[in-house]
Design a protein around this ligand. Structure first.
Ligand SMILES: [Zn+2]
Length: 189
């Protein structure tokens, strides 16, 4: 954990060298501290992340320190290698949702979503350097099925909850990753 904190602090100073946890290089984030939300919503120790592992996020995303670090590591260790040199490599991810004060699947009366705590991020597409867009909606059962299923599987474990098109209709066009820890281990569908 000490290593993660050190690397995050380093990223915040911009001039982040190769020393210490190399896999955290490339995190570009602004420290926000506590983001108060209505009711039980809100983010403790929030970071607004614009890029992770050198991969740009389509919108600045408010995440807890742990969620930001988990995303950074997953992109570096799994997502970037999964695309390799295809299309010049992975340069951006399409993020339809990050912090949002809402319940699961926005259903009234349902349990509060991990999004409401800044502990979740949704990814709908992976953008390569040549402009290729690998989207969950078009690719899951299409030409990009293999890489998307690999990405989904590789996120399971680093993230405690991983949902995709096989989980339910709400996730047919995006992956949901959150850092919830379940007693029975990671929940991935
Ligand atoms: Zn989600």
């Amino acid at each position: 954990m000490k290593k993660i904190l050190g690397a995050l602090a380093c990223a915040l100073l911009v001039a982040c060298g190769g020393g210490g946890g190399a896999s955290l290089d490339g995190l570009v984030a602004e420290k926000k501290g506590r983001v108060p939300g209505p009711g039980a919503c809100g983010v403790e120790d929030a970071f607004v992340v614009t890029a992770a592992a050198g991969v740009r996020l389509s919108q600045p995303s408010t995440l807890t320190r742990e969620a930001a670090a988990t995303l950074n590591n997953w992109l570096a260790r799994e997502a970037i290698p999964a695309f390799g040199r295809r299309g010049g490599g992975l340069v951006a991810i399409q993020v339809p949702s990050h912090y949002a004060c809402r319940t699961r699947n926005s259903r009234p009366g349902a349990k509060l979503s991990e999004h409401a705590k800044g502990r979740a991020i949704d990814i709908s597409a992976f953008i390569l350097a040549d402009g290729t867009r690998v989207s969950v909606l078009d690719g899951w059962n299409g030409a990009d099925s293999r890489v998307l299923r690999r990405l989904h599987a590789s996120a399971c474990g680093p993230f405690g909850t991983v949902l995709g098109p096989n989980s339910d209709v709400h996730h047919r066009d995006h992956f949901h990753f959150d850092i919830a820890r379940h007693r029975s281990g990671a929940y991935c569908r």
